[in-house]
Every structure is written in structure tokens, then in C-alpha cells.
Design a protein around this ligand. Structure first.
Ligand SMILES: Cc1ncc(C[n+]2csc(CCOP(=O)(O)OP(=O)(O)O)c2C)c(N)n1
Ligand SMILES: [Mg+2]
Length: 366
């Protein structure tokens, strides 16, 4: 049973409302015109960047799945097919120099910051052309030149790390913002609460982004959480505004991201944003996701972020041929990257002891 108090608390917040599909949407900053997209124009450049980024992620992740089936990707991996609008919305709003901190479900955020598809697929395939020369794999994508400061497999581990990066910016008077992505399940880990409190007390330039895809590993988040909205329902504990956004709509995510980034850059402190979204596949490659209620996946697919966005482009008068050309260009890019990765060698043995803990020695383990 969900505690009734939580519902009353959220009902008291005027800008949270429910749509017909049971997804809670953020409605505060806009006056809800008949067509918010048309009346609150984000501009053509941003719109095309949002579309392109989402398609790059979709195509690259679908390819990663195909490569798995061909046994060309070793180990497991965690796809975020269906969650593309969150990664795109933030990455397009971020500036060069801003930092991203991701989880093991980090392909999307790594690609969204401009990391080449070849480097990401090469890393998944354990090839020498990969981001870390094939030594990190899917769960550890990192690209410092693109501001991707690592993918972390320990739940919640990266929230305090993002605070550290933000504290450095504050201390040195730099203007970069740290953006930290994590799942709904992460909100029940101590590190989440410690990081939020620390960031709020120090007014750190950090944006915490909860991608609420309804499930932890195999557990519905609602079954194990005391509040209805795992991130937004806790915001008040840290003196923060509860922010909920439709994570299937890249424009909505982009607008909210812009505000939070501007607030952080202006020295006004952290934000905590809960994006309502859904992952199409199971937790990892090993999970057929049989625990999901029948029809749930199909309902979410009706609100596919890329379909929503194609419709949006149409609304703004972007010709079908322009969209088709973007799609074709990205498909070619992913095809070329795939071929280059297949042809790339595995890393040479002499790098086995480089770029590992300290000097590559083993004594630290004892
Ligand atoms: C500290 C810790 N506990 C448990 C795990 C095992 N684990 C891996 S993913 C996961 C679920 C995380 O769910 P969520 O935060 O919602 O992220 P999502 O996978 O949905 O993106 C768990 C429990 C872990 N990696 N780290
Ligand atoms: Mg989750």
C-alpha cells in the first residue's frame, strides 16, 4: 500500500498533473497553450540536434543488440532503448565543458555528448579502436574530451563523485555544471541522500537527473518505495523544488535542463529532476523482462520518443525528405562504424597493465 500522505503532498503541488496514461507530467513553467511545442519554440537548430541525437542513440543501441546476437559483444550490457529523449534533451542543453556522470546504462549519455559511434561500439566489442582500447566494455564508457566522466556500475556511487566535480568548479570559480544521471532504484541508496544533502548545503553546480523507468533490476520501484515519485517526492527533504518531466518528450526535457543548468551556473545550487520514462528491453541482456504486466510495453511504445519527435518536426514544417536524409545519414554512419569495429584488432597484450589502478600492480588488492 502506498502511504496516502505522499499523494496528498504531491497533489498540493499545483503544477503536477496526471495525463490519461498515468504518467505524471510537469506543467508548471508553461501556461499550457493548445500546442505547447508550437507556442514555446526552442528553435530549429536545437530541434534538429534533438532529433539527430535521439536517432544516433537508437541506431547505435539497436546495432549493439544485433552485435550481441552475433556474439561480437562480450559480457553483458544495459540498453536504454525508449529512454533516448532524456539523454538528448540534456546533452543538447549542455555546453562544452559541462560534465556527465552515467550509470552502467550509459551508452546513450556517452553518445549524446558527441562521442563517436565507432569508439562506443569498438569498446563494447573489446577492440583496440574502443574508447578505452577495449579494456572497459559497456559498463565503463568514459570520454573525458567529451565531458563524459565515467559510467559507474555501483548504484549511487557516482552521485558523490559528481558533487566532488561540482565542488571543484565552485572552488575554482569555473562555470561548468556536473550532470549526474541515475535510475529510480538509486533513490533508495544512502549515497543518493548524502549527495543531495551535501549539494544543497553547499549550493553546488550539479543537476541530478533520475531516469524513472519504473523498474529497478527486476523490481517495480513502486513496490519498494515510500513515496509515489522516488526522486521528486524526496526533493523537499533537501529544500529543492520537486520537478517531474515527461521523459518521452525531448523538448520538455530540454527546457527543464536549460533551466536547471542556468540555475547551477548562476550559483543558485543543485536541481533534482525526475524524468518519467521506460526501458523497452529487460534490465540487461540476460533479462527477458517477463515480470512486466501485459500490454505495458506496447502502451509505452505508443509514446516512443522518436515517433513523438518526428511528429514534432512535421508540426514545425520540416519536410519528410529532410527527416529521411538524417535517418539515412545516421544509418550509414552506424554501418561504417560497425565495419570498422569488426575489422579492428583486439588490444595488444602490452597495454594490459596500463591505465589500471595506480601503476598496474596488484598489491592493492591484499
Ligand atoms: C550498490 C549496488 N547494489 C546493487 C547492485 C545491483 N544492481 C545493478 S542495477 C540495479 C538496479 C538499479 O535500478 P535503477 O537505479 O532504477 O536503474 P536502471 O537499471 O533502471 O537504469 C541493481 C540493484 C549494484 N550494482 N550496486
Ligand atoms: Mg530503473
Amino acid at each position: 500500500m502506498r502511504p496516502r500522505r505522499a499523494g496528498r503532498f504531491l497533489n498540493a503541488i499545483p503544477w503536477i498533473s496526471r495525463d490519461l496514461k498515468g504518467v505524471t507530467l510537469m506543467t508548471k513553467p508553461l501556461k499550457q497553450p493548445a500546442s505547447p511545442a508550437l507556442n514555446d519554440d526552442i528553435g530549429e537548430q536545437a530541434r534538429l540536434a534533438l532529433y539527430r541525437t535521439q536517432v544516433v542513440i537508437r541506431e547505435a543501441e539497436q546495432r549493439a543488440f544485433d552485435l550481441f546476437l552475433q556474439n561480437l559483444v562480450k559480457g553483458t550490457s544495459h540498453l536504454s532503448l525508449g529512454q533516448e529523449a532524456v539523454a538528448a534533451g540534456f546533452a543538447v542543453a549542455m555546453q562544452p565543458g559541462d560534465l556527465s556522470f552515467c550509470t552502467y546504462r550509459g551508452h546513450a549519455h556517452t553518445l549524446a555528448r558527441g562521442t563517436p559511434v565507432e569508439k562506443v561500439l569498438g569498446e563494447l566489442m573489446g577492440r583496440d579502436n574502443g574508447l578505452m582500447r577495449g579494456k572497459g566494455g559497456s559498463m565503463h564508457l568514459t570520454s573525458e574530451p567529451h565531458g563524459v566522466m565515467g559510467s559507474y556500475a555501483i548504484i549511487g556511487a557516482h552521485l558523490p563523485i559528481a558533487c566532488g566535480a561540482a565542488w571543484r568548479a565552485q572552488y575554482k570559480g569555473h562555470k561548468d555544471v556536473s550532470v549526474c544521471f541515475f535510475g529510480d532504484g538509486t533513490t533508495n541508496i544512502g549515497a543518493f541522500h548524502e549527495a543531495l544533502n551535501f549539494a544543497a548545503v553547499w549550493k553546488l553546480p550539479v543537476v541530478f537527473v533520475c531516469e524513472n523507468n519504473l523498474y529497478m533490476e527486476y523490481t517495480p520501484i513502486g513496490d519498494v518505495t515510500a513515496v509515489e515519485h522516488p526522486a521528486a517526492g524526496r526533493a523537499a527533504s533537501y529544500g529543492l523544488e520537486p520537478i517531474i518531466v515527461d521523459g518521452q518528450d525531448a523538448d520538455e526535457v530540454y527546457r527543464v535542463a536549460q533551466k536547471a543548468l542556468a540555475r547551477a551556473r548562476a550559483g543558485e545550487g543543485p536541481s533534482l529532476i525526475e524524468c518519467k520514462t521506460y526501458r523497452y528491453s529487460g534490465h540487461s541482456r540476460a533479462d527477458p523482462a517477463k515480470y512486466r504486466p501485459e500490454g505495458e510495453l506496447d502502451r509505452w511504445k505508443q509514446r516512443d520518443p522518436i515517433l513523438i519527435y518526428r511528429e514534432r518536426l512535421k508540426q514545425f514544417g520540416i519536410a519528410d525528405e529532410v527527416v529521411a536524409a538524417i535517418d539515412a545519414e545516421i544509418r550509414n554512419l552506424v554501418d561504417d562504424a560497425t565495419e570498422r569495429c569488426k575489422a579492428a584488432p583486439p588490444p595488444p597484450l602490452d597495454i594490459i597493465a596500463t591505465d589500471v589502478y595506480a601503476d598496474g600492480g596488484w598489491a592493492w588488492r591484499n
